[in-house]
Design a protein around this ligand. Structure first.
Ligand SMILES: Nc1ncnc2c1ncn2[C@@H]1O[C@H](COP(=O)(O)OP(=O)(O)O)[C@@H](O)[C@H]1O
Ligand SMILES: [Mg+2]
Length: 264
C-alpha cells in the first residue's frame, strides 16, 4: 500500500491538519490507515483525541530497538496513529543518526509499518528539510506539499518546482501541491491560485478554503468531516482525498469514499 508524505518548506500551512483529516477520510472508506508523526512537536496525536498527558511514542523505543509498531495507538475503525513521543535533544539526535547511518531504515527495520501490504501510511513531517524527510525517500509514493495562498508562498512555489525540497531527482517528480487557507475575497489569494494553476497544472492536487471549522474541529480533537460535514473545508479535503486516491491508483466511490482497489 502507498506511503503519502506530507511536507512543506513552511510551518503553519496545514500539514498536520491534512495528515489527520486525510487519514480519517481514508480509514472511513474501509482502508486501514496509519498516521505517523515525524514532527518532534508531537501534535498529530491530539487530532485523534489522544490525551495531552499521553506522551508515549516511537522515539522512546529507539534504545530498546522495539518495533515502532508497538507504540501505535488504535484511534478508530481502521485507524491508527503512531505518535513521535516526548523527546529530548539526545533522543532526536539519535534518530537523525540512525537515518544518516541506515538510509533504508524505515523500509527494512520498520517494514511492519512502512512496507506493509494492507496499510496506507500517511506521514506528517516537521517544516523544511529534515533527516526524516530524506530517510522517507525510499518509501514515499507521493509527497503532498501544502502551502498557504499568500505572497510568501510564491517564491516557495518556484523552489518546489525546481525540486529544492528533495535531495534526489526521483523524489522531485513525485509531488503535488495543495493551496490551503484560500479566501477568494482576497485578490492576492486569487492571483496565487491562478499562478499555481498555470505553473503546476495537474500537480496542483487541490485547494482548501479558509474555514473556522478547521480550528474548531482541532480544538475539539475531532475530524472536520465529523464536526461540520457541510463545511467548505470538509468538502475540499474530501475532494483532495479522492484526487490523491486517483493519483495513487485507488478507485474511489464518489459517494461513500470506498476504495475498491489498492496499489502495492
Ligand atoms: N483551511 C484552514 N482554515 C482555517 N484554519 C486552518 C486551515 N488549515 C489549517 N488551519 C489552522 O492553521 C494552523 C496551522 O495548521 P497546522 O495543520 O498545524 O499546520 P502545520 O502542521 O503545517 O504547522 C492551525 O491552527 C490550524 O487549525
Ligand atoms: Mg504540524
Amino acid at each position: 500500500m502507498p506511503v503519502i508524505s506530507i511536507c512543506s518548506p513552511k510551518g503553519g500551512v496545514g500539514k498536520t491538519t491534512l495528515a489527520s483529516n486525510l487519514s480519517y477520510i481514508f480509514s472511513q472508506s474501509g482502508t486501514k490507515v496509519m498516521a505517523v508523526d515525524m514532527d518532534p512537536q508531537n501534535a498529530l496525536r491530539l487530532y485523534f483525541g489522544v490525551s495531552l498527558a499521553d506522551e508515549g511514542g516511537f522515539i522512546a523505543s529507539l534504545d530498546s530497538q522495539a518495533p515502532w509498531l508497538n507504540s501505535a495507538l488504535n484511534v478508530g475503525r481502521n485507524l491508527y496513529v503512531l505518535p513521535f513521543g516526548k523527546s529530548t535533544y539526545e533522543m532526536r539526535r539519535n534518530l537523525d543518526q540512525i537515518f544518516i547511518n541506515e538510509p533504508d531504515y524505515l523500509k527494512t527495520s520498520q517494514s511492519a509499518i512502512f512496507n506493509a501490504p494492507d496499510l496506507l501510511v500517511i506521514i506528517d513531517f516537521p517544516p523544511g528539510y529534515s533527516e526524516a524527510l530524506k530517510a522517507a525517500a525510499c518509501i514515499t509514493d507521493l509527497y503532498v506539499i501544502p502551502l498557504n495562498a499568500d505572497a510568501a508562498s510564491v517564491s516557495l512555489l518556484s523552489q518546489i518546482k525546481d525540486g529544492d525540497l528533495f535531495e534526489n531527482g526521483e523524489s522531485a517528480n513525485k509531488y503535488c501541491i495543495v493551496l490551503n487557507q484560500v479566501d477568494n475575497r482576497v485578490k492576492i489569494n486569487r492571483e496565487i491560485q491562478d499562478f499555481a494553476r498555470s505553473n503546476f497544472q495537474d500537480k496542483l492536487a487541490g485547494t482548501v478554503h479558509l474555514d473556522t471549522s478547521v480550528t474548531e474541529a482541532a480544538a475539539l480533537q475531532v475530524p472536520i468531516s465529523g464536526f461540520n460535514p457541510s463545511s467548505a473545508a470538509a468538502f475540499d479535503i474530501g475532494m483532495l482525498a479522492r484526487r490523491l486516491g486517483t493519483m495513487l491508483g485507488f478507485t474511489v466511490n464518489e459517494d461513500t469514499m470506498i476504495i475498491s482497489q489498492g496499489q502495492d
